[in-house]
Design a protein around this ligand. Sequence first.
Ligand code: IPM
Ligand code: MN
Length: 352
Amino acid sequence: MKLKIAKLPGDGIGPEVIEQAAKAVDAVCKKFSHEAEYTFGYVGACAIDRYGDAYPEETHNICMQSDAVLFGAVGDPKYDNDPTAKVRPEQGLLAIRKKLGLYANLRPVETFKSLAHKSPLKTELVDGADFMCIRELTGGMYFGEKGRKDDGNTAYDTCIYSRYEIERILKLSFEYAMRRRKHLTVVDKANVLESSRLWRQVAQEMEPSYPEVKVDYMFVDNAAMQLIRCPKFFDVIVTENTFGDILTDEASCISGSMGLLASASVGEHTSLFEPIHGSYPQAAGKNIANPVAAILSAAMMFEYAFGLMEEGAAIRKAVASSIDEGVVTEDLANGGKAYSTSEVGDWIAAHI
Ligand code: IPM
Ligand code: MN
């Protein structure tokens, strides 16, 4: 099979980790006789420097003409402490999500037995935790009306959702739950927010269509607590954009390192695969960042964009071996030898 991949490494550690993901992709292609064709595109701060636009038209065209987008990270500290900046690298990520219609962000949380000790939670709480966070990605406060009034002294962001937007993400989540342990937790703040009450109403209306799925409703503050109190409770979590942003960062530490968590964003056009860790500028160029999240994102790419499950599994197996054998970057080394980003990437590719 020919795989047309848009390669958007972005900023910070993005290029380093995407290079390792590409090594894994190439190794899988060699093993299973596929052919990967990459087209490079600028996104984030590097795109602002070059085009004055965090998601230039040229990059968008590349994504639209590809079968999958392999995305690194965006962000640069020079923008973080400047609230007056007109263009920001993060706009690139928001624009790509919106323009590709990527309304569902899937962030799996899996635990590796040999890393349970790295989790800030007790081993018995973490061991065996395995759930999927489904975050709505193109609505809510991120995209609702926002602005300033009173000479800039009052600011607002609007959390707005239509029934259509809620239905499509819930449908995907119910269907996802059907393929897993059939337990869906809808996270909202329906005791306070009208948008949450619409979410809950729509979810309740859809429940009878999925009689096998056990649905529970949880307020987001409680969900934040339950995630660390008993992560094993969860199977599939679905929630709106902002809640999902916050809860998935929280959930990412359950497995021991944020450097392990991959994601897939799917929707109307080309799907996008991205580690959830961000640009981590302090580590950029040092060859120390954990490439596993990016490599596991490549595994999700095979599975979700191409339906190539065995290929995805081959990557997962090699990643699991690298962790079991202690071929890990410094975030996971635990006093043992810390391997560099590229050494871990080479080891995993060789193992595939
Ligand atoms: C994420 C990130 C982004 C978000 C930022 C970089 C805009 O934190 O993917 O979770 O808030 O969605
Ligand atoms: Mn985030």
